[in-house]
Design a protein around this ligand. Structure first.
Ligand code: CUA
Length: 186
């Protein structure tokens, strides 16, 4: 076994770095490259978002003033909506958000009591909801269907009852409802 003997010989070292250590350094650099590619692909190609604290609010009074005094969804321009969802023990208000297919929703969530979660099934919308902060994520619903949202941070005995649904309807159904609404108004 000449190799084991040579291991302790200075001639076997490159730039003073032990081969064993050098392999670990190569491995570390390779991992950094892999992580960098993973983050870049998920962020730019797959659209992963990290929700930030959009605004700070006082959890004791947040529900007293607009927009949180009347949570719900509203159209801000054709095809663009904003939704304000309150996560509280133990329900989401509102329990249902309805939009025509192809709509983009800016979703704002806050909690007046304790920490909750907000995750919409089959989407990349997944937020932590912390009292005192407003979490925001944006998502475009390109498929007709029901997308349930759930609380995924354990928040007490009613945790499992915290759910709701985003109802994505086809454009004609939505138009029918709009005209029906207008007829009721007139
Ligand atoms: Cu709210 Cu779990």
């Amino acid at each position: 076994m000449t190799t084991s003997a040579a291991k302790h010989d200075d001639s076997d070292l490159t730039m003073g770095i032990d081969p064993y250590e050098r392999n670990w350094m190569r491995f570390s650099v390779a991992m950094l490259i892999v992580f960098f590619i993973t983050v870049s692909v998920s962020g730019f190609a797959m659209g992963f978002q990290v929700n930030g604290a959009e605004t700070e609010v006082d959890p004791r009074t947040v529900l007293d003033s607009e927009p949180w005094a009347s949570p719900g969804i509203r159209e801000i321009s054709p095809g663009n909506y904003e939704a304000f969802v309150v996560a509280q023990t133990w329900a989401f208000v509102p329990r249902e958000l309805e939009v025509p297919v192809g709509s983009t929703i800016d979703i704002y969530v806050t909690s007046p009591d304790l920490q909750h979660g907000f995750k919409i099934t089959d989407t990349n919308v997944n937020m932590m909801v912390v009292p005192g902060q407003v979490s925001k994520m944006t998502f475009t619903f390109d498929q007709v269907g029901e997308f349930p949202y759930i609380c995924h941070e354990y928040c007490g005995k009613g945790h499992a009852a915290m759910f709701g649904v985003v109802n994505v309807v086809d454009a004609t159904t939505a138009a029918d409802q709009d005209s029906a609404d207008t007829e009721e108004d007139s």
